[in-house]
Design a protein around this ligand. Structure first.
Ligand code: ADP
Ligand code: MG
Length: 738
């Protein structure tokens, strides 16, 4: 039973009879957009509008209520929806000038005089009674300077068809105007007539001009192909794509534009997911990896008795998943997500040890020397007395030592190596590399990860475990890392003390905060003081940190031992400060955000953050992760406005994934940490968190399609395959993006 647009309402016989017949000609969508004037053409180019198809996919950002004529404010740019009362051409004295067109227009609240320059034909088009949308400025004396205009009393093609007449007429129209068909007098039209689509615009091409262009090309909505199989459209209650596009521009009822947008978003998310699935499959089938499937006497013993603590449930689940990945002959591509302190290292070490016990090699790459050193220390700790030959290779490894390490890696004498980018240099050769762990994977480029990947044995690829401590919302994880298998460590290791977070604003609170810190220091604990963020320059930032250090050293903490750490200190000085703090000889570390990653001092139980408003949610959460790492309860003191929503969220919430969702809600997807620099697709139609649920559906559906028909060769998937190829082309075969 055919139903009305995105509803379950059946269509009546006469509605069905009047339903439009479509003969889509998709090649028309590929035609270049013709524009009047270089400025408009430039504007279109900067908006990425090259073809008719681009134009139709350029959706209004929002709809604005039109202003009543009586409410116009002199000098302010506004939009009115009015009816033409009278219109005339007036000859201009000066030679070579075309006649002016002057019109009186009105809405229920009042009337205006408007002038159109250089468009004498408007007299014939905008007959009295025509409803116009005018965009421009009122002068307060009843005159209105028009910057853009379009006829607006109905959408260019009614849902009951009659598209072609408008289309023919539209072809003769020029920019800045459009010609519609006869008014339909539909009562529904009135509801939206007073709201005006607002398009993302630019210099040279205004929103109103874009609206006129869309009207002009409205017939091409019928040239749009629907790539979705009918079955899924019905199951997911989605409009057909041409209707969705039309509704997004010209809703007949409020809410339709959102329905339309959602349908377009679904396509976009689905295609992205399909591309990721393809890439994942390609990667799996294109290369083999050593199957680590022999019984694990060594690692079982190590897990059972070599560890200083019992594993958490999440850690055990992660290990089981990794075991299964490693055992099959295809390269593992797994993302291990877990906040700082969630215990990723032991999981990573397990994967590496599986390689070692198969007499193969493993490597761990970290983004900084400090992190690499820390991993190396942790690993040695976790290995205890187990006889595993491991080495550390960074940029500051002395030449002799480096030569020795390289030789032993090449012969296979060394089973395990931990390091920085130094590991991917040409000179580093492995004898039989089988497992690679990449820590803080987002800090490496695709090329760098691929380089390590190529160091596998012969034409085999190593198994790769990517790790990240940055919690991101699931929807972003799916769009960013949909080609990887995911594992999350949420459960914090047992014995971890929760962190209490307080917001402080007043001077009295500051005094109390310092007193609290002195208390902790008195009990043998240690504290971090994080200096205000100075974004303008590193030098200013360093100077601020020095000043704060001096103030604290001679004031609130004059009885205590303080060290300073900021980005402009020499590496050796930083190391010295770090060492003093780690050893406990320094009680307070005054620092800039250089401490954000890579410091593990379980005895530190307080963190004070100055000007916390300046930091983002995730950054503060990362910072806070430096405390609460030992057996003592910890305290985080955030200085900032009491009503700051972000700070309140931190006060309330300790789970990083929950905070990431809040961040997404507050800031929107484009602003999220890591979103921009990872170069990930900012979707055209989809928006998060609004489309979280849609993303889940697209993801599920992409898996269904892929499981049933991985090459998209079934007839019902032919159009989907076309759309995928058009959008992603060979990219689906590109190196895996992690
Ligand atoms: P991450 O790399 O995820 O930030 P680490 O692997 O460095 O975390 O672990 C943080 C600390 O917790 C380390 O000191 C580690 O030895 C310890 N740890 C890891 N797993 C457990 C566990 N199951 N129980 C207790 N402590 C653990
Ligand atoms: Mg770690």
């Amino acid at each position: 039973m055919p139903t009305a647009f995105t509803t379950a309402t059946p269509l009546a016989d006469d509605e069905l009879r009047d339903a439009p017949v479509r003969w889509p000609a998709p090649e028309r969508l590929g035609q270049p957009l013709k524009l009047d004037g270089a400025k408009a053409a430039q504007g279109a180019e900067s908006l990425g509008l090259q073809t008719v198809g681009d134009l139709l996919e350029h959706l209004p950002r929002d709809r604005r209520e039109a202003r009543a004529v009586a409410d116009l404010i002199a000098g302010e740019t506004a939009t009115v929806v009015v009816e033409v009362k009278q219109i005339d051409a007036r000859a201009v004295r000066r030679r070579g000038m075309r006649p002016l067109v002057e019109a009186t227009v009105a809405d229920a609240s009042g009337s205006l005089r408007v002038t159109f320059f250089n468009q004498p034909w408007l007299v014939g088009r905008y007959r009295p009674g025509t409803r116009l949308m005018l965009h421009g400025k009122a002068d307060g004396r009843g005159r209105f300077t028009v910057q853009g205009h379009a006829q607006t009393d109905q959408r260019p093609t009614s849902p009951a068809g009659a598209a072609t007449a408008a289309a023919c007429a539209a072809n003769t129209a020029t920019l800045g105007e459009f010609v519609g068909q006869e008014p339909t007098n539909s009562p529904r039209v009135e509801q939206v007539a007073a709201s005006v689509a607002h398009y993302p615009a630019t210099d040279g091409l205004s929103s109103t001009q874009i609206l006129a262009l869309v009207h002009q090309h409205a017939a091409s909505f019928d040239d749009v192909i629907d790539p979705l199989p009918v079955a899924i459209r019905v199951r997911e209650r989605l409009a057909d794509r041409p209707s969705a596009l039309r509704a997004a521009h010209f809703p007949l009822e409020s809410g339709e534009e959102e329905e339309g947008r959602r349908r377009l978003a679904f396509d976009e998310l689905l295609l992205a997911q399909l591309a990721l699935q393809q890439r994942r499959r390609h990667r799996r089938t294109a290369s083999a990896a050593p199957a680590l499937d022999q019984t694990s006497e060594f690692t079982s013993r190590w897990l059972a008795s070599g560890l200083p603590f019992p594993l958490t449930g999440d850690q055990r689940a992660a290990i089981a998943a990794i075991d299964a990945d490693l055992a099959c002959g295809q390269p593992m591509q797994r993302l291990l997500m877990g906040e700082v302190g969630s215990g990723k290292t032991v999981v990573a070490l397990y994967a590496m040890l599986r390689a070692v016990e198969h007499d193969l090699q493993a490597a761990l790459m970290a983004p900084t020397e400090t992190l690499a050193e820390q991993h190396f220390a942790t690993i040695q700790n976790l290995l205890g007395a187990e006889p595993v030959r491991a080495g550390l290779l960074t940029g500051s490894t002395p030449a002799r030592r480096r030569a020795d390490l390289l030789a032993k890696l090449a012969t296979g004498e060394l089973s395990m190596i931990v390091g920085t980018h130094a590991l991917i240099e040409e000179a580093v050769e492995f004898n039989r590399l089988a497992v690679v762990v990449v820590d803080e994977q987002h800090r490496f480029g695709v090329g760098q990860r691929a380089a390590l990947d190529r160091k596998g044995r012969g034409d085999q690829s190593p198994h790769v475990l990517h790790m990240t401590a940055t919690p991101i919302p699931r929807t972003l994880a799916l769009s960013r890392h949909g080609d990887l298998d995911h594992t999350t460590l949420r459960e914090l290791p047992r014995g971890r003390q929760p962190i209490t977070t307080h917001l402080c604003s007043s001077e009295a609170e500051r005094e109390r905060a310092y007193a609290r810190i002195r208390d902790e220091l008195g009990q043998g604990r240690q504290a971090f003081v994080v200096c205000p963020l100075v974004e303008e320059s590193e030098t200013l930032q360093a100077r601020a940190a020095v000043a704060e250090f001096e103030r604290l050293r001679t004031g609130p903490f004059k009885e205590h031992r303080l060290v300073l750490m900021h980005g402009q200190m020499r590496a050796a000085d930083k190391q010295e400060a770090m060492a003093a703090f780690a050893a406990g000889t320094a009680q307070v570390l005054v620092a800039t955000t250089v401490i954000e990653v890579g410091i593990d001092v379980p005895n530190a139980t307080v963190m004070l953050v100055e000007d916390a408003d300046r930091y983002g949610i995730s950054q503060l959460h990362q910072l806070r992760g430096r405390i609460g790492r030992g057996q003592h309860a910890s305290l985080c003191l955030l200085f900032g406005r009491k009503d700051a929503v972000r700070l309140r969220a931190l006060e309330r919430e300790s789970d990083g994934f929950a905070l990431a969702e809040i961040d997404l809600q507050l800031r929107g997807q484009g602003e999220l940490a890591g979103t921009r620099q990872s170069g990930e697709a900012i979707f055209r139609f989809a928006e998060f968190p609004r489309d979280n649920e849609l993303m889940e559906r697209a993801h599920r559906y992409s898996r269904d399609v892929f499981d049933a028909d991985p090459d998209l060769t079934a007839p019902e998937h032919a159009l989907l395959a076309d759309a995928l190829a058009a959008l992603y082309g060979d990219e689906a075969r590109a190196p895996i993006r992690a």
